[in-house]
Design a protein around this ligand. Structure first.
Ligand code: BTN
Length: 257
């Protein structure tokens, strides 16, 4: 099916600080639902939790979409999960079997192939716009030392050939429109099983570091109706993790993020 709305308006930049910032600026100026910004390079690419996103000019994907869904602010976060399913499908076309780590990581083994950063602007308590930012390492072959063992790229995973960035973007936008529409129409219920099938956390023992100094440890049992992660602790009590960094505790060979 031809794409209908996502990327109907496209802005392709050589360089910018962060495509999320560019998209937010365009949203403030009234950009329409589905406006997509890409850049060849970011000078201040951002990840979740204030982390930097390595963004060299090496034919990777740095992309942000302006979305204006009729969704209350509290129901916005699972957009990240819908986007994860779309990224998973897009890389699967290259024969790469990734796994989704709640809420925003796309991993191959322990290494990160892609990440998603969803941000929101509200007006009088309602959602004005959502910025859906996606970074996919397509063609980086040498990561800085601090990312060794933590990051990988589609090219590295597929034998070193160059991944055509334009083709990848088109394919990702196709998948993304489908999964965003499913989420906008059917909420978390419409994406919960597809997300869980592509995730590897179910049944794993995790530590969720929450805001502040507290943490919860337990076994992941799945997604709640609002897209938060369910963790059952050793006393059998179930916790809903709305935001937090996860560490897998039962990995062979020790802890991993
Ligand atoms: C994460 O894994 O923490 C999220 C990474 C998101 C990176 C993308 S790249 C395009 C967009 N612009 C940014 O500054 N961040 C997102």
């Amino acid at each position: 099916m031809p794409r209908r709305w996502l990327g109907a308006k496209r802005i392709d930049l050589e360089t910018c600080a962060s495509t999320n910032d560019e998209a937010a600026r365009l949203a403030a100026e009234g950009a329409v639902h589905g406006t997509v910004v890409t850049a060849r390079r970011q000078t201040a690419g951002r990840g979740r939790g204030g982390h930097a996103w390595h963004s060299p000019d090496e034919d990777n994907l740095y992309m942000s979409a302006v979305l204006r869904p009729a969704v209350e602010p509290k129901h916005v976060p699972p957009i990240t999960l819908a986007a994860g399913v779309a990224v998973h499908e897009a890389v699967n076309e290259y024969g790469v079997r990734a796994s989704l780590k709640w809420p925003n990581d796309v991993l191959v083994g322990r290494e990160k192939l892609a990440g998603i950063l969803t941000e929101m602007g509200t007006r009088q308590g309602a959602t004005d716009h959502v910025i859906l930012g996606i970074g996919v390492n397509l063609n980086t072959h040498a990561f800085p030392e601090e990312l060794h063992g933590l990051a990988t790229s589609l090219s590295l995973l597929t034998g070193g050939d160059t991944v055509d960035r334009g083709r990848f973007v088109d394919s990702l936008l196709d998948h993304l429109e489908v999964w965003l529409d499913r989420f906008f129409d059917g909420g978390v219920e419409a994406i919960s099983s597809p997300w869980t099938e592509r995730a590897t956390l179910a049944g794993r023992r995790l530590r969720a570091a929450l805001d502040g100094a507290s943490a919860v440890e337990g076994v992941a049992t799945g997604l709640a109706a609002d897209g938060s992660l369910l963790l059952r602790d050793d006393r059998g009590e179930t916790h809903r993790i709305i935001a937090g960094d996860l560490t897998v505790l039962d990995d062979e060979g020790g802890d991993s993020q």
